[in-house]
Design a protein around this ligand. Structure first.
Ligand SMILES: NC(=O)c1ccc[n+]([C@@H]2O[C@H](COP(=O)([O-])OP(=O)(O)OC[C@H]3O[C@@H](n4cnc5c(N)ncnc54)[C@H](OP(=O)(O)O)[C@@H]3O)[C@@H](O)[C@H]2O)c1
Length: 313
């Protein structure tokens, strides 16, 4: 496994991060826990030391499942654990909340569910237009002083929002959407983070599985993906055409298509670690080799071009 320092922090994270959103039944259906537990153990065996979750994944279910398992197996200290807050799901319908008192309460709830005394990286899940960054910073100051959180990060923020938060607290990392099909952040957010030494840990590097190259032409998705534009109809077929085209490029490099897609993300110099959504030990085992190298410059652009045409044209 290859490792990288997360921004300016003292966290040295594996370049593959174990993503826990899959334990969100309303998005992914109820996935069995036994293979998921086995996947966590396999991840550890393969050198993965970084886990990403959020309080909102399954309204606490992902954090509780993770906390139970790490506690039972005595593995908490073997991982750097990142989680997020933003959605107050104790009210219905859930609403964004990043106010001072809410953050303190959400953090206590996450600590309890995760069965831990500290969160290594605590991230704001998205932009809250109703709360001033000073207020967020005040809560963060208190959590840091009390030793409950080591570092703070942001997720789904644009350049202006990252800068604004950065005026009031140290932004350790950005967690953006980034993969071969969604590259908007290359223009502004990635250069800024690279220059400012803010760690970048993109999510959905396989675009929710689509870029893994494992789906058949007549595949139907019964989970949330069935409603996504790129997972149905002609667009889906075009993406699969693109994946067929990059198959030989992957094979020439001794990679699978999913490894090529992850290595493509990791080759960008701003990227610290790619967060992959894992359900089974096979998922993590087959992804890890992606982190063991970088793509040549010409291949990076060629692959990007193929998927850009497949998506857009
Ligand atoms: N900050 C945010 O707003 C945000 C948003 C989304 C996600 N995230 C984080 O990022 C993580 C990853 O994002 P994601 O789940 O959207 O997308 P992803 O990692 O791009 O895709 C995950 C899906 O890809 C398939 N897969 C995983 N490993 C594979 C392998 N080795 N070979 C073939 N297929 C494989 C699985 O689907 P199938 O088994 O169905 O094929 C899995 O559910 C999440 O778990 C979460 O921690 C954060």
């Amino acid at each position: 496994m290859h490792f990288a320092q997360l921004g300016k922090t003292d966290l040295v994270v594996s370049r593959i991060c174990f993503g826990c959103w899959q334990l969100s039944p309303s998005f992914w259906g109820k996935i069995p826990l036994e293979p998921w537990h086995a996947a966590l153990k396999k991840a550890l065996d393969l050198g993965v030391n970084f886990i990403d979750t959020a309080d909102a994944y399954g309204d606490g279910y992902a954090e509780s499942s993770l906390g139970e398992f790490l506690h039972k197996e005595g593995l908490r200290d073997r991982f750097i654990v990142a989680t997020k807050f933003f959605w107050d799901f104790t009210v219905s319908p859930r609403v964004p909340n990043t106010t001072h008192d809410y953050i303190l309460r959400a953090c206590e709830d996450s600590l309890r569910r995760l069965k831990t005394d500290r969160i290594d990286l605590y991230q704001i899940h998205a932009w809250d237009p109703l709360t001033r960054p000073e207020e967020v910073a005040a809560a963060f100051g208190r959590l840091k002083k009390e030793g409950k959180v080591r570092w703070f990060g942001v997720s789904n923020q644009n350049l202006e929002q990252i800068r604004l938060y950065g005026k009031h607290f140290e932004v350790a990392s950005l967690q953006p959407h980034y993969n071969l099909l969604f590259r908007d952040i290359e223009a502004r957010e990635l250069p800024y983070c690279l220059e400012s030494r803010i760690g970048v840990i993109p999510y959905s590097p396989l675009y929710r599985g689509l870029l893994a190259g494992t789906y058949s032409r007549d595949q139907e998705f019964e989970d949330h993906r069935g409603k996504l534009e790129l997972f149905t109809g002609e667009k889906f077929q075009r993406i699969l055409d693109g994946l067929d085209e990059i198959g030989p490029i992957a094979r020439e490099l001794g990679l699978t298509v999913s490894q090529l897609a992850i290595r493509w993300v990791l080759t960008h110099p701003a990227i610290t670690s790619a967060i992959v959504g894992i359900k089974t030990p096979e998922h993590i085992e087959s992804i890890v080799p992606a982190a063991e190298g970088m793509l040549p410059r010409d291949v990076w652009h060629k692959v990007a071009g193929v998927l850009e045409r497949a998506k857009g044209g």
